[in-house]
Write a protein that binds this ligand. Structure first.
Ligand SMILES: NC(=O)c1ccc[n+]([C@@H]2O[C@H](COP(=O)([O-])OP(=O)(O)OC[C@H]3O[C@@H](n4cnc5c(N)ncnc54)[C@H](O)[C@@H]3O)[C@@H](O)[C@H]2O)c1
Length: 260
């Protein structure tokens, strides 16, 4: 209950990792504003999560600055303040490197990188006005460091997020605001099902690069987010923490257990 009484906003929280972060924060006594571009899925998630006195849902497309500003303003209006901002919304498209169009490049960068930048700015302005600091957490990926050519736009966006996190951490440190990132390996969500686990070969190749021998669960990312949001992480800023089952440490591939 280290963050009990705080207020958090989470983008892309209708499902997957964002939803798991909302569940974890609610368990810890944090008031939560969940947000997503998919209003129908968001409303369903909000009703499944329950806790109407500690939860609000705000539809927002992170690629639109006014909608991100509206999300932060809603958190402040509904719960009086904002202490924790999780810029989690993200999309991935599988595409041959030479086939990536200008439109697709713009779309992925607008959601994954520009959206997170809008979130950092909007949250920081609110936190500075409150005057007692805060924490901003960006959902990055091991692809901030690793290269998968078929996910080039995604990798470029997450590489940019690494620098967004560093630059914002330095810019906002004088205000007592920490900015950190979480860079998961392969986590079992719909994004992975659609963009990565598209075939048995793809699944085997992911596991051959995963020393833990399994994919991660959204709750295993949410627990890292909860730690980074808490006072236990009070001296961590500017860094990306990678819950990746050993992916970044691996040199050669690992043998894949047929039943895994
Ligand atoms: N699942 C993984 O293996 C993995 C690994 C590393 C990083 N990540 C990152 O974690 C984050 C969440 O991924 P996930 O696996 O839960 O994905 P997901 O596809 O299950 O959920 C993403 C959510 O973001 C929402 N979203 C999409 N575009 C949006 C927009 N423009 N504005 C607001 N919301 C939008 C979707 O509607 C969806 O609810 C992403 O940033 C992703 O890059 C995921």
């Amino acid at each position: 209950m280290k963050s009990s009484g705080k207020v958090a906003a989470i983008t892309g929280a209708a499902r997957g990792i964002g939803r798991a972060c909302a569940e974890r924060f609610l368990q810890e006594g944090v008031k939560v504003v969940i947000s997503d571009v998919d209003g129908e899925a968001l409303a369903k998630t909000a009703s499944e999560l329950g806790r109407p006195s500690e939860l609000r849902a705000v539809v927002a497309d992170v690629a639109r600055r006014a909608e991100v500003d509206h999300l932060v303003a809603s958190a402040a209006r509904e719960f009086g303040r904002l202490d924790i901002m999780v810029n989690n919304a993200g999309v991935a498209r599988n595409r041959d490197f030479l086939e990536i169009s200008e439109q697709e490049f713009d779309e992925i960068i607008a959601i994954n990188l520009k959206g997170a930048f809008f979130g950092v700015q909007a949250a920081a302005r609110q936190m500075i006005a409150q005057g007692d600091g805060g924490v901003i957490i960006n959902m990055s990926s091991v692809n901030a460091l690793l290269a998968i050519p078929s996910l080039a736009t995604y990798a470029m966006s997450k590489g940019g997020m690494k620098q967004l996190t560093s630059v914002a951490a330095v810019a906002l440190a004088p205000h007592g605001i920490r900015v950190v990132a979480v860079g998961p390996g392969t986590i079992l969500t719909e994004m992975v099902a659609s963009a990565i686990f598209s075939s048995e070969d793809a699944r085997r190749s992911v596991l051959s690069r995963t020393p833990a021998g399994r994919c991660g669960e959204p709750s295993e990312v949410a627990s890292v987010v909860a730690f980074l949001a808490s006072e236990d992480a009070s001296y961590i800023t500017g860094q990306t923490i990678y819950p990746d089952g050993g992916r970044l440490s691996l040199n050669y591939t690992v043998p894949v257990n047929e039943g895994a």
